[in-house]
Design a binder for this molecule. Structure first.
Ligand code: ADP
Ligand code: MG
Length: 345
């Protein structure tokens, strides 16, 4: 008798696990336009699309309350969720927020968290319409579901990239990862010497990018004004590399991006130097930037180039599965996904 092989989740990885668990589900509803596999699910409501996405944040896995103020965390939890709505080129409308709270949290602490949620609701014009509350054995668990709407002609899926499309990113990349590195360093120093006072001056930009990310709704508005609808779009939560591979897989294409064109802020370069870290690694694999990665037809080059906060970093190719990074030395290397993976950290 052969023993049944038990696999670890680490062997499969996060995306392998999702594929395995969900592959047997057959759609029963005509209105389900897009199910699993994009930034949000898409429901056909006849005259418009509704998009729905949900995200889970766990203390000790996604955040550390040693250095994440609860108000910031409330704001960020909403941003993480509505960023996926924007990535569909949709407008967020409502959210639900569920929390499981352990005994160590006071009423005041949870009020602080909800102040952050409220700030995000006001800023991004979304309504908190429900949720659930429970006790938790250890730590804080947060789940945010966001609902949005899109015009049928404007929806942008991961699968829409076409050969010769330009690949664009908003803002700059890698800053959030360097912010996290700095906070981890200060936490470590504090653990070694409880009298140590964290020195965070001069790191404002990278810290803010990690603690209080902003979704790029501003760029989406500018694209709309310029008459540009992204062919494919995804938000950068796991790092540029991983997201490019998602677009290539969903669109059955390849891509090449150029190292010299990847936008990295001066503050990120400085912090990376301090840690003797290659800034490109932070930009490709750091994650949590919540910038947008999208593709547009070649004919929109002038229009996207004129929009501040957008960088054209490469192009889509018809070489399915070949995602390449062209280095400053001219050599092309395959892009690999080393984005954040909860099961290996
Ligand atoms: P994102 O990084 O944009 O939040 P994810 O990588 O978390 O997206 O998820 C990829 C896709 O898999 C999404 O369509 C999501 O809804 C789906 N998904 C993730 N976990 C599960 C699950 N446990 N059951 C069903 N679908 C899931
Ligand atoms: Mg996403």
């Amino acid at each position: 008798m052969t023993a049944k092989k038990i696999r670890t989740i680490e062997e499969l990885g996060e995306f392998g696990l999702i594929d395995l668990l969900t592959s047997g589900f057959v759609s029963q509803q005509e209105s389900t336009k897009i199910g699993i596999g994009d930034d949000a699910a898409v429901i056909d409501h006849g005259s418009y699309y509704q998009v729905i996405t949900t995200d889970l944040l766990l203390e000790g896995i996604h955040f550390d309350l040693m250095y994440s103020p609860l108000k910031h965390l409330g704001f960020k939890a909403v941003v993480v969720s509505i960023s996926d709505v924007y990535a569909m080129n949709a407008a967020p409308r409502q959210i639900t927020v569920s929390v499981a709270i352990s005994g160590k949290f006071s009423v005041e602490a949870m009020e602080e968290f909800y102040e952050g949620v409220k700030l995000a609701c006001e800023r991004f014009k979304v309504d908190l319409v429900g949720g659930d509350t429970s006790a938790s054995v250890t730590g804080l668990l947060i789940s945010v579901t966001a609902i949005g709407t899109a015009l049928k002609s404007e929806l942008s899926l991961r699968s829409g990239a076409k050969n010769n499309n330009l690949i664009c990113v908003t803002g700059d990349l890698g800053a959030s990862y360097m912010g996290l590195k700095i906070l981890e360093r200060e936490k470590q120093l504090h653990a070694e010497d409880p009298g140590f006072q964290p020195e965070l001056k001069g790191y404002d930009y990278v810290l803010e990018r990690f603690l209080k990310p902003e979704p790029r709704v501003d760029v989406l508005l500018k694209l709309k004004e310029a008459g540009v609808t992204p062919c494919a779009m995804i938000d950068i939560s796991d790092g540029l590399s991983s997201e490019l591979l998602h677009i290539c897989k969903a669109s059955e294409c390849g891509c090449q991006v150029y190292e010299e064109r990847i936008p990295i802020a001066e503050e990120t370069l400085q912090a990376a130097e301090e840690f003797q870290l290659e800034p490109l690694v932070a930009a490709l694999h750091g994650g949590e930037d919540y910038e947008l990665l999208f593709t547009v037809p070649l004919s929109d080059f002038e229009k996207v180039s004129a929009i501040s906060g957008v960088s054209v970093i490469g192009n889509i190719t018809d070489q399915k599965g070949r995602a390449l990074l062209v280095g400053n030395d001219g050599n092309a290397i395959p892009l690999q996904a080393q984005g954040w993976n909860a099961y290996t950290q």
